[in-house]
Design a protein around this ligand. Structure first.
Ligand code: ZN
Length: 366
Protein backbone atom coordinates (compact mmCIF):
# COMPACT_ATOMS: atom_id res chain seq x y z
CA UNK A 1 0.00 0.00 0.00
CA UNK A 2 1.34 3.43 -1.02
CA UNK A 3 2.20 6.15 1.49
CA UNK A 4 3.94 9.52 1.39
CA UNK A 5 6.84 9.43 3.83
CA UNK A 6 10.00 11.21 4.95
CA UNK A 7 13.18 10.00 6.57
CA UNK A 8 13.02 12.16 9.70
CA UNK A 9 16.05 14.42 10.03
CA UNK A 10 16.86 14.14 6.34
CA UNK A 11 15.88 17.15 4.26
CA UNK A 12 14.37 16.48 0.85
CA UNK A 13 13.76 12.82 1.68
CA UNK A 14 10.06 12.83 0.84
CA UNK A 15 9.20 9.71 -1.13
CA UNK A 16 6.58 7.07 -1.80
CA UNK A 17 6.91 4.31 0.78
CA UNK A 18 5.30 0.90 0.99
CA UNK A 19 3.17 0.14 4.06
CA UNK A 20 1.66 -3.20 5.04
CA UNK A 21 -2.12 -3.39 4.60
CA UNK A 22 -3.88 -2.45 7.91
CA UNK A 23 -6.56 -4.74 9.36
CA UNK A 24 -9.32 -4.12 11.93
CA UNK A 25 -7.73 -6.85 14.04
CA UNK A 26 -4.62 -4.66 14.48
CA UNK A 27 -6.59 -2.80 17.18
CA UNK A 28 -7.28 -4.77 20.39
CA UNK A 29 -10.68 -5.56 21.95
CA UNK A 30 -12.62 -5.49 18.67
CA UNK A 31 -12.44 -1.68 18.64
CA UNK A 32 -10.74 -1.29 15.27
CA UNK A 33 -12.07 0.93 12.50
CA UNK A 34 -10.60 0.46 9.04
CA UNK A 35 -10.81 3.62 6.97
CA UNK A 36 -10.27 4.31 3.29
CA UNK A 37 -8.51 7.67 2.97
CA UNK A 38 -10.27 10.10 0.63
CA UNK A 39 -8.51 13.40 1.27
CA UNK A 40 -5.66 14.67 3.39
CA UNK A 41 -4.94 18.35 4.05
CA UNK A 42 -1.42 19.66 4.60
CA UNK A 43 -0.14 22.67 6.50
CA UNK A 44 2.94 24.33 8.00
CA UNK A 45 3.67 21.36 10.23
CA UNK A 46 3.97 19.13 7.15
CA UNK A 47 6.29 21.67 5.59
CA UNK A 48 8.50 21.56 8.69
CA UNK A 49 8.47 17.76 8.66
CA UNK A 50 9.47 17.74 4.98
CA UNK A 51 12.22 20.23 5.84
CA UNK A 52 13.45 17.83 8.54
CA UNK A 53 12.83 20.39 11.29
CA UNK A 54 10.42 18.13 13.07
CA UNK A 55 9.08 14.57 13.31
CA UNK A 56 10.30 11.12 14.32
CA UNK A 57 9.69 7.69 12.83
CA UNK A 58 7.60 5.03 14.61
CA UNK A 59 9.42 2.20 16.32
CA UNK A 60 10.66 -0.36 13.81
CA UNK A 61 10.64 2.08 10.87
CA UNK A 62 13.19 4.46 9.43
CA UNK A 63 10.46 6.54 7.77
CA UNK A 64 7.44 8.49 8.95
CA UNK A 65 4.24 8.60 6.90
CA UNK A 66 3.09 12.22 6.77
CA UNK A 67 -0.39 13.76 7.01
CA UNK A 68 -2.46 14.58 10.09
CA UNK A 69 -5.52 16.24 8.52
CA UNK A 70 -7.54 13.25 7.40
CA UNK A 71 -10.89 12.59 5.81
CA UNK A 72 -12.09 9.15 4.85
CA UNK A 73 -14.82 6.56 4.65
CA UNK A 74 -15.21 3.53 6.90
CA UNK A 75 -14.63 0.16 5.21
CA UNK A 76 -14.98 -2.19 8.16
CA UNK A 77 -15.39 -2.08 11.95
CA UNK A 78 -14.50 -4.50 14.76
CA UNK A 79 -17.22 -6.41 16.68
CA UNK A 80 -17.20 -3.94 19.60
CA UNK A 81 -17.72 -0.79 17.58
CA UNK A 82 -21.35 0.34 17.81
CA UNK A 83 -21.47 4.02 16.86
CA UNK A 84 -19.55 3.84 13.57
CA UNK A 85 -20.55 1.75 10.56
CA UNK A 86 -19.08 0.95 7.14
CA UNK A 87 -19.86 3.77 4.71
CA UNK A 88 -19.66 6.53 7.35
CA UNK A 89 -17.49 9.54 6.62
CA UNK A 90 -14.94 10.06 9.37
CA UNK A 91 -11.99 12.12 10.53
CA UNK A 92 -9.37 10.76 12.91
CA UNK A 93 -7.86 12.78 15.75
CA UNK A 94 -4.10 13.31 15.78
CA UNK A 95 -2.59 12.85 19.25
CA UNK A 96 -2.68 9.54 21.09
CA UNK A 97 -2.73 9.28 24.89
CA UNK A 98 0.48 9.25 26.88
CA UNK A 99 0.84 8.58 30.58
CA UNK A 100 -0.10 11.79 32.42
CA UNK A 101 -3.32 12.13 34.38
CA UNK A 102 -4.73 14.29 31.58
CA UNK A 103 -4.12 11.54 29.05
CA UNK A 104 -6.02 9.14 31.25
CA UNK A 105 -9.15 11.31 31.26
CA UNK A 106 -9.23 11.89 27.51
CA UNK A 107 -7.39 15.22 27.56
CA UNK A 108 -4.18 14.24 25.80
CA UNK A 109 -4.16 17.72 24.23
CA UNK A 110 -3.10 19.11 27.61
CA UNK A 111 -0.67 16.32 28.46
CA UNK A 112 2.29 17.10 30.70
CA UNK A 113 4.32 14.33 29.07
CA UNK A 114 7.62 15.42 27.56
CA UNK A 115 7.16 13.57 24.27
CA UNK A 116 3.84 12.84 22.66
CA UNK A 117 2.76 10.60 19.85
CA UNK A 118 0.88 12.24 17.02
CA UNK A 119 -0.20 10.53 13.82
CA UNK A 120 1.69 11.94 10.87
CA UNK A 121 3.84 14.15 13.08
CA UNK A 122 5.71 12.24 15.74
CA UNK A 123 6.31 8.52 16.35
CA UNK A 124 3.11 7.38 14.59
CA UNK A 125 2.39 7.05 10.88
CA UNK A 126 -0.01 9.58 9.41
CA UNK A 127 -2.84 9.48 6.92
CA UNK A 128 -1.14 10.19 3.59
CA UNK A 129 -1.74 6.62 2.58
CA UNK A 130 -4.54 4.53 1.11
CA UNK A 131 -6.05 3.02 4.26
CA UNK A 132 -5.51 3.21 8.00
CA UNK A 133 -6.88 1.55 11.09
CA UNK A 134 -7.42 3.04 14.53
CA UNK A 135 -9.41 2.66 17.74
CA UNK A 136 -13.01 3.92 17.46
CA UNK A 137 -12.15 6.23 20.37
CA UNK A 138 -10.14 8.38 17.95
CA UNK A 139 -12.52 8.35 15.02
CA UNK A 140 -15.10 11.13 14.67
CA UNK A 141 -18.12 10.81 12.41
CA UNK A 142 -18.87 13.53 9.89
CA UNK A 143 -22.38 13.82 8.42
CA UNK A 144 -22.67 13.03 4.69
CA UNK A 145 -23.72 16.63 4.00
CA UNK A 146 -20.23 17.78 5.05
CA UNK A 147 -18.34 15.34 2.84
CA UNK A 148 -17.01 18.08 0.54
CA UNK A 149 -15.45 20.03 3.40
CA UNK A 150 -14.76 17.34 6.01
CA UNK A 151 -11.03 17.55 5.42
CA UNK A 152 -11.15 20.93 7.20
CA UNK A 153 -12.24 19.35 10.47
CA UNK A 154 -8.76 18.92 11.97
CA UNK A 155 -7.76 22.58 11.55
CA UNK A 156 -11.25 23.54 12.75
CA UNK A 157 -10.68 21.49 15.91
CA UNK A 158 -7.55 23.57 16.69
CA UNK A 159 -9.62 26.74 16.49
CA UNK A 160 -12.47 25.27 18.55
CA UNK A 161 -10.07 24.36 21.31
CA UNK A 162 -8.53 27.84 21.37
CA UNK A 163 -11.91 29.55 21.60
CA UNK A 164 -13.22 27.08 24.16
CA UNK A 165 -10.16 27.80 26.31
CA UNK A 166 -11.01 31.49 26.19
CA UNK A 167 -14.59 30.91 27.31
CA UNK A 168 -13.52 28.50 30.05
CA UNK A 169 -10.99 30.99 31.41
CA UNK A 170 -13.45 33.84 31.32
CA UNK A 171 -15.80 32.06 33.69
CA UNK A 172 -13.56 33.74 36.30
CA UNK A 173 -15.50 36.93 35.51
CA UNK A 174 -18.94 35.50 36.41
CA UNK A 175 -20.42 37.69 33.69
CA UNK A 176 -18.67 37.83 30.34
CA UNK A 177 -20.40 38.96 27.21
CA UNK A 178 -17.73 39.42 24.57
CA UNK A 179 -18.75 41.81 21.83
CA UNK A 180 -15.60 42.61 19.93
CA UNK A 181 -12.90 40.26 18.79
CA UNK A 182 -9.78 40.49 16.70
CA UNK A 183 -8.20 37.65 14.77
CA UNK A 184 -4.60 38.16 13.73
CA UNK A 185 -3.64 36.10 10.71
CA UNK A 186 -5.90 35.16 7.79
CA UNK A 187 -4.51 31.78 6.78
CA UNK A 188 -6.61 28.65 7.27
CA UNK A 189 -6.61 28.95 11.08
CA UNK A 190 -7.26 32.71 11.10
CA UNK A 191 -10.15 32.27 8.67
CA UNK A 192 -11.65 29.39 10.64
CA UNK A 193 -11.26 31.38 13.88
CA UNK A 194 -13.05 34.32 12.27
CA UNK A 195 -15.86 31.97 11.29
CA UNK A 196 -16.10 30.31 14.72
CA UNK A 197 -16.24 33.67 16.51
CA UNK A 198 -19.03 34.86 14.20
CA UNK A 199 -20.92 31.62 14.82
CA UNK A 200 -20.61 32.25 18.57
CA UNK A 201 -22.41 35.54 18.13
CA UNK A 202 -19.55 38.03 18.33
CA UNK A 203 -21.10 41.09 16.72
CA UNK A 204 -17.96 42.87 15.71
CA UNK A 205 -14.98 40.92 14.51
CA UNK A 206 -11.89 42.44 12.93
CA UNK A 207 -9.44 40.18 11.13
CA UNK A 208 -5.97 41.48 10.42
CA UNK A 209 -3.26 40.15 8.16
CA UNK A 210 -0.23 41.58 6.42
CA UNK A 211 -1.45 41.41 2.84
CA UNK A 212 -3.40 44.37 1.51
CA UNK A 213 -6.87 43.56 0.18
CA UNK A 214 -8.36 42.42 -2.09
CA UNK A 215 -7.21 38.80 -1.74
CA UNK A 216 -9.21 35.57 -1.57
CA UNK A 217 -8.54 35.70 2.15
CA UNK A 218 -9.89 39.23 2.59
CA UNK A 219 -12.94 38.34 0.48
CA UNK A 220 -13.61 35.28 2.64
CA UNK A 221 -13.34 37.43 5.78
CA UNK A 222 -15.74 40.01 4.38
CA UNK A 223 -18.19 37.30 3.29
CA UNK A 224 -18.67 36.62 7.03
CA UNK A 225 -19.59 40.24 7.69
CA UNK A 226 -16.19 40.83 9.23
CA UNK A 227 -13.83 43.77 8.76
CA UNK A 228 -10.51 42.89 7.10
CA UNK A 229 -7.50 45.13 7.76
CA UNK A 230 -3.97 44.97 6.42
CA UNK A 231 -1.54 45.53 9.29
CA UNK A 232 0.64 47.44 6.80
CA UNK A 233 -2.09 50.06 6.67
CA UNK A 234 -3.59 49.73 10.16
CA UNK A 235 -1.37 48.21 12.87
CA UNK A 236 -3.07 46.16 15.58
CA UNK A 237 -2.65 48.93 18.17
CA UNK A 238 -4.51 51.39 15.95
CA UNK A 239 -7.18 48.83 15.14
CA UNK A 240 -7.72 48.38 18.89
CA UNK A 241 -8.26 52.10 19.36
CA UNK A 242 -10.60 52.39 16.45
CA UNK A 243 -12.52 49.10 16.60
CA UNK A 244 -11.83 47.80 20.11
CA UNK A 245 -11.67 47.31 22.99
CA UNK A 246 -11.11 43.70 22.03
CA UNK A 247 -12.58 41.17 24.46
CA UNK A 248 -10.84 38.35 22.60
CA UNK A 249 -7.80 38.34 20.39
CA UNK A 250 -7.08 35.12 18.54
CA UNK A 251 -3.51 34.94 17.29
CA UNK A 252 -2.85 32.68 14.30
CA UNK A 253 0.41 33.95 12.82
CA UNK A 254 3.29 32.28 14.66
CA UNK A 255 5.11 35.61 14.77
CA UNK A 256 6.18 36.34 18.35
CA UNK A 257 6.15 40.08 17.72
CA UNK A 258 2.43 39.80 17.00
CA UNK A 259 1.88 38.01 20.32
CA UNK A 260 3.31 40.95 22.26
CA UNK A 261 1.49 43.53 20.15
CA UNK A 262 -1.70 41.63 20.88
CA UNK A 263 -0.99 41.68 24.62
CA UNK A 264 -0.86 45.45 24.45
CA UNK A 265 -3.89 45.77 22.18
CA UNK A 266 -6.08 43.52 24.33
CA UNK A 267 -8.95 45.23 26.18
CA UNK A 268 -9.59 45.19 29.93
CA UNK A 269 -10.68 41.77 31.20
CA UNK A 270 -9.73 40.46 27.77
CA UNK A 271 -8.29 37.12 26.79
CA UNK A 272 -5.59 36.50 24.22
CA UNK A 273 -5.37 33.04 22.64
CA UNK A 274 -2.01 32.15 21.10
CA UNK A 275 -2.02 29.31 18.57
CA UNK A 276 0.78 30.16 16.12
CA UNK A 277 3.94 28.07 16.16
CA UNK A 278 6.94 30.39 16.41
CA UNK A 279 9.50 28.02 14.97
CA UNK A 280 12.60 30.16 15.02
CA UNK A 281 14.90 31.68 17.62
CA UNK A 282 14.09 35.25 16.96
CA UNK A 283 14.69 37.84 19.68
CA UNK A 284 12.52 40.91 19.72
CA UNK A 285 12.37 44.15 21.66
CA UNK A 286 9.08 44.74 23.48
CA UNK A 287 7.74 47.53 25.74
CA UNK A 288 7.79 45.18 28.72
CA UNK A 289 6.76 47.64 31.44
CA UNK A 290 3.81 48.91 29.46
CA UNK A 291 2.60 45.42 28.58
CA UNK A 292 2.92 44.15 32.13
CA UNK A 293 1.18 47.20 33.59
CA UNK A 294 -1.65 46.78 31.11
CA UNK A 295 -2.01 43.14 32.07
CA UNK A 296 -2.10 43.83 35.80
CA UNK A 297 -4.34 46.89 35.75
CA UNK A 298 -6.59 45.36 33.09
CA UNK A 299 -6.91 41.86 34.58
CA UNK A 300 -5.92 40.41 31.23
CA UNK A 301 -5.13 36.80 30.36
CA UNK A 302 -2.98 35.21 27.66
CA UNK A 303 -3.23 31.49 27.00
CA UNK A 304 -1.38 29.16 24.68
CA UNK A 305 -3.34 26.39 22.96
CA UNK A 306 -2.16 23.39 20.95
CA UNK A 307 -3.69 20.28 19.43
CA UNK A 308 -7.28 19.22 20.12
CA UNK A 309 -8.93 16.27 21.76
CA UNK A 310 -12.00 14.47 20.48
CA UNK A 311 -14.51 16.89 22.05
CA UNK A 312 -13.18 19.77 19.93
CA UNK A 313 -13.54 17.70 16.78
CA UNK A 314 -17.15 17.15 17.76
CA UNK A 315 -17.69 20.87 18.34
CA UNK A 316 -16.01 21.41 14.99
CA UNK A 317 -18.52 19.17 13.22
CA UNK A 318 -21.40 21.18 14.72
CA UNK A 319 -19.82 24.50 13.74
CA UNK A 320 -19.11 23.28 10.22
CA UNK A 321 -22.74 22.25 9.84
CA UNK A 322 -23.87 25.63 11.17
CA UNK A 323 -21.45 27.34 8.82
CA UNK A 324 -22.91 25.53 5.83
CA UNK A 325 -26.38 26.68 6.91
CA UNK A 326 -25.41 30.28 7.57
CA UNK A 327 -22.69 30.87 5.01
CA UNK A 328 -23.37 28.20 2.35
CA UNK A 329 -20.31 27.34 0.29
CA UNK A 330 -17.93 29.40 2.42
CA UNK A 331 -15.97 26.45 3.83
CA UNK A 332 -15.51 24.93 0.39
CA UNK A 333 -13.82 28.12 -0.82
CA UNK A 334 -10.96 27.42 1.59
CA UNK A 335 -10.05 24.29 -0.37
CA UNK A 336 -8.06 26.18 -2.96
CA UNK A 337 -5.39 23.72 -4.12
CA UNK A 338 -6.16 20.03 -4.72
CA UNK A 339 -3.35 17.63 -5.58
CA UNK A 340 -4.36 14.48 -7.47
CA UNK A 341 -3.06 11.27 -5.92
CA UNK A 342 -0.32 10.31 -3.48
CA UNK A 343 2.19 10.05 -6.37
CA UNK A 344 2.06 13.82 -6.75
CA UNK A 345 3.73 14.54 -3.42
CA UNK A 346 6.31 16.82 -5.11
CA UNK A 347 3.47 19.03 -6.33
CA UNK A 348 2.00 18.99 -2.83
CA UNK A 349 5.27 20.30 -1.35
CA UNK A 350 5.61 22.86 -4.12
CA UNK A 351 2.14 24.26 -3.44
CA UNK A 352 2.73 24.20 0.29
CA UNK A 353 5.93 26.19 0.08
CA UNK A 354 5.58 28.30 -3.02
CA UNK A 355 1.97 29.14 -3.74
CA UNK A 356 1.09 32.54 -2.33
CA UNK A 357 -2.67 32.39 -2.68
CA UNK A 358 -3.05 28.84 -1.41
CA UNK A 359 -5.34 28.62 1.58
CA UNK A 360 -5.70 24.87 1.94
CA UNK A 361 -3.58 22.46 -0.06
CA UNK A 362 -4.97 18.93 0.08
CA UNK A 363 -4.36 15.60 -1.58
CA UNK A 364 -7.21 13.78 -3.30
CA UNK A 365 -6.04 10.33 -2.29
CA UNK A 366 -8.88 8.48 -3.94
ZN1 ZN B 1 -2.86 20.80 10.52
Amino acid sequence: MKAVAVLPGKKGSIHLADLPEPKVEDVPDGRGVLVEVLRVGVDGTDKEIADAEYGAAPEGYDFLVMGHESFGRVLEVGPNVRDIAPGDYVVATVRRPGSSIYDRIGLSDVTTDETYRERGINLLHGYLTERYVDDAEFIVRVPDALNEVGVLLEPTSIVEKGIEQAYEIQRRLKVWRPLRAAVVGAGTLGLLATLALRLRGLVEVTTLARTAPPTINSELVEALGVRYLSTREVPLSEAAEEYGPFDIIFEATGASVVAFEAMEALGRNGVLVLTGISGGNREIKVPGDRIMLGFVLGNKVAVGSVNANRSYFETGVRDMALAEARYPGWLGRLLTHPVQGLENYAEMIRLLTGERDAIKVFVEVK
